[in-house]
Design a protein around this ligand. Structure first.
Ligand SMILES: Nc1ncnc2c1ncn2[C@@H]1O[C@H](COP(=O)(O)OP(=O)(O)O)[C@@H](O)[C@H]1O
Ligand SMILES: [Mg+2]
Length: 255
């Protein structure tokens, strides 16, 4: 068993693709309400680790624990239903639907199990009015109230990412895995996005594990950082410790 103050624990996880050791004995912990960074050069295994944690891949070795329960071996939908929500490098929103509709499409155990037809038939309207209310409140609280009825195709990249993150909240999310939330986003909006993450931690008690290349933004918002290199942990520590670690600097310079 793991300590009750730990939300996610990855224990000695390996993932091999034929001869490629994408992950080779990686262990990480995310405490309750933790905001933890996962960094490393391209090809170091970050996305593979997300895929293992969220049930897209079975690990070759090792275990994944979430809220005291072993979850490796569950499929992605089962992991999602436990409250572990992943966002993707490229947001998967429905461009022709409105912001509100997009936020409402996600909830599990709704008619929306068949995700595509729930917004079209509007069946959720009589199912759960409170869900709509919850969504509208959330959008207002995070400064997106003006966009509730805008179509996704009309929004900026940053707002799209914020909406992708917020929609997880409707589903009783407990923890998020964010894959490069600040990629392609202007510096100030990237900071807004991370400020939202911090508020979600403080106000909703959520935990985060965040892959991000924009270290100048990430390091101001995370409590702790893990550095992957060639499928192994190269370093871990506070942002300051990691940024001053010669091994990390060298890995990023391609040494
Ligand atoms: N499905 C796959 N099949 C074969 N090799 C893969 C697969 N997914 C990832 N890899 C390899 O595993 C390594 C780590 O990739 P990845 O996890 O995508 O790294 P990162 O996200 O850190 O850039 C790379 O060498 C990549 O080519
Ligand atoms: Mg990746």
């Amino acid at each position: 068993m793991i300590g009750t103050n730990i939300t996610l624990e990855v224990k000695e996880v390996a993932k091999y693709f034929g001869g490629v050791r994408a992950l080779d004995g990686v262990s990480i912990k995310v405490p309750n309400k933790g905001i933890v960074g996962l960094i490393g050069p391209n090809g170091s295994g970050k996305t593979t680790l997300f895929n293992v944690i969220t049930g897209f891949y079975l690990p070759t070795k090792g275990e994944v624990w979430f809220k005291g329960e072993r979850i490796d071996g569950l499929n992605p939908n089962e992991v999602f239903l436990k409250g572990l929500v992943r966002t993707f490098q490229i947001p998967r929103l429905f461009k022709s639907l409105t912001v509100l509709e997009n936020v409402l499409v996600t909830p599990p155990r709704q008619i929306g199990e068949k995700v595509l037809y729930s917004p079209i038939t509007s069946k959720w309207v009589n199912q759960e009015e409170s869900l709509v209310e919850k969504a509208v409140n959330l959008l207002h609280r995070f400064g997106l109230g003006n966009f509730i009825h805008s179509r996704i195709s009309e929004l900026s990249a940053a707002h799209i990412k914020m909406i992708e993150t917020l929609r997880g909240l409707i589903t009783n999310a407990y923890m998020y895995l964010l894959d490069e939330p600040a990629a392609g986003v202007a510096y100030n909006t990237a900071r807004e996005l991370f400020t939202m993450v911090k508020r979600l931690r403080d106000e909703e008690g959520l935990a985060f594990l965040i892959i991000e290349h924009r270290l100048e933004v990430l390091m101001d918002f995370v409590d702790y950082v893990y550095v992957l290199h060639n499928g192994k942990l190269l370093a871990e520590g506070t942002p300051r410790e990691v940024m001053n670690n010669p091994k990390v600097i060298q890995a990023y310079l391609g040494g």
